[in-house]
Design a protein around this ligand. Structure first.
Ligand code: ZN
Length: 454
């Protein structure tokens, strides 16, 4: 994978980290230098800050990767918690917001949502983007106006984005898109590829592909999407077996599971990530693991939507790298996603310790960045992207444990509210808990959500 280009013109900057997460351990007193958007040196055994260094108190981690996001779902927070129902009734409410989005309102909302992410220590987001056209399906004058709004929103909020431009062609197996879904559809995978190919990568933005799901992309269109991603070495994501109803319909239409269908059409592989991977057979798990296909778990959304608990431990054991996403943004907190993956497994198995804090942090950082096509982020080492975040170890949630247990404290007790600093490509985006590009993030969120209220 080609590393992101350096950000030229930045002078050398020196940080002193009170504690730093270096690969698998907490080190006290670490000097970290950055230049042109990259880490240039990491020095341990430095008990006091050198002159001129910026001091970051607490535990500094590699920047967190939010590998699965639908930014507009943030507008549903609270409202979808009223009443009962299933994933499918939730989806109807979600479509009423999707119907109202314009490039302007979506930019405004996404800028605020990505700012919330920066405040939560997230330095890169994978935006699974499918609201492409105007309501009814008419393309905008710029056919990528919506995708561009998201790319620009990430730049405005100071984080990196992998725009996973999504193919969405049908409402079910052999069914045309419904009225809500017309604006998601390009008509064919070829037309999607033509539009998507017009999107340009930028310093902060990678372009990837996504298959919405096997119910939304007919089987004979899948290979076109896989080929597009392969030709570009781009990440390819797909919602996979989140619901048993999708599995049943796939078996009826094709006589196999969604995973088997994707395998037969060349969709699986090390650049591919299955999102959710909840209701799988043993053969599905083996297919995903053997092909090196990743798994993005979104535990706070999966529990919010009553989806079920995916077999994350078995998938990883089979060879599927794990990443994490906040998906519907019921909450935006990668630390919560990380601990929820472990705690779900504890509830299911009634045993503890399926992942160490180190393994959970890896899913929330290095493996998440890799799933977004960034192999050069997610570690604090020379040559890596200068993307990192600091968690307070003296808050009401985190005070008490020995600092050497900082990773366990961060993963099992801290929350997004404990993030004090976020640095992206060597730029200090969040300092002392304050976003430096979006001055009042709560107000920006409230205004953007109000603008979408019917
Ligand atoms: Zn999703």
């Amino acid at each position: 994978m080609t590393p992101a280009p350096p950000t030229p013109g930045q002078p050398t900057k020196t940080y002193w980290l009170e504690h730093a997460w270096l690969d698998t351990r907490v080190e006290p007193g670490v000097v970290l230098q950055t230049r042109d958007g990259r880490i240039t040196a990491v020095r341990t055994d430095t008990p006091a800050p050198p002159p001129g260094a910026e001091v970051l108190r607490g535990l500094t981690l590699p920047g967190l990767a939010n590998a699965h996001s639908h930014a507009f779902h943030r507008a549903l927070r609270g409202t979808v918690q009223v009443g009962s129902g299933t994933f499918w009734t939730w989806r109807e409410v979600m479509y009423t917001v999707a119907d109202r989005l314009t490039p302007e309102t979506y930019h405004r909302l996404a800028r605020a949502v990505y700012a919330e992410m920066a405040l939560a220590g997230i330095t890169a987001v994978g935006e699974f983007h499918y609201v492409h056209h105007a309501p009814g399906g008419t393309p905008y004058a710029d056919p990528n106006a919506m995708g561009e709004a998201l790319v620009e929103a990430a730049a405005d909020a100071g984080i990196r984005i992998t725009l996973l431009d999504t193919v969405y062609l049908s409402s079910g197996f052999g069914q045309p898109p419904n009225a809500h879904q017309l604006r998601f559809s390009d008509g064919s995978a070829d037309a999607w590829a033509e539009r998507c190919s017009l999107l340009k990568e930028r310093d902060h933005a990678r372009i990837g592909a996504a298959v919405h799901s096997v119910r939304a992309v007919p089987a004979d269109q899948l290979a076109t999407v896989a080929r597009w991603a392969e030709e570009r070495g781009a990440p390819l994501h797909v919602h996979l077996s989140e619901q048993t109803a999708e599995n049943d319909a796939c078996r009826e239409a094709h006589g196999c599971t969604p995973t088997r269908l994707l395998a037969e059409h060349g969709v699986l592989g090390p650049r591919t990530t299955g999102v959710h991977n909840t209701h799988l057979t043993d053969e599905d798990i083996a297919l995903l693991g053997r092909s090196g296909t990743g798994t993005c778990m979104c535990p706070t959304t999966e529990r919010d939507l009553a989806d079920g608990i995916g077999p994350a431990a078995a998938l990883q054991k089979a060879g599927s790298p794990l990443s994490l996403g906040s998906d519907s943004h019921a909450v935006i907190d990668l630390l919560e996603e990380a601990r929820a993956m472990e705690l779900n497994e504890r509830l299911r198995t009634r045993t503890r310790g399926h992942w160490t804090a180190a393994a959970l942090l890896r899913a929330a950082s290095a493996d998440g960045h890799a799933a977004l096509g960034r192999d050069d982020a997610g570690t604090l080492e020379a040559g890596a992207a200068a993307d990192f975040t600091t968690i307070a170890l003296d808050s009401v949630r985190t005070a008490g444990p020995l600092p050497r247990l900082g990773a366990e404290t961060a993963v099992f007790a801290a929350s997004a509210a404990d993030v004090t600093h976020t640095v992206v490509a060597g730029r200090h985006i969040v300092r002392d808990g304050v976003h430096r590009l979006v001055p009042d993030v709560p107000r920006a969120l409230a205004d953007a959500v109000a603008a979408l209220r019917g």
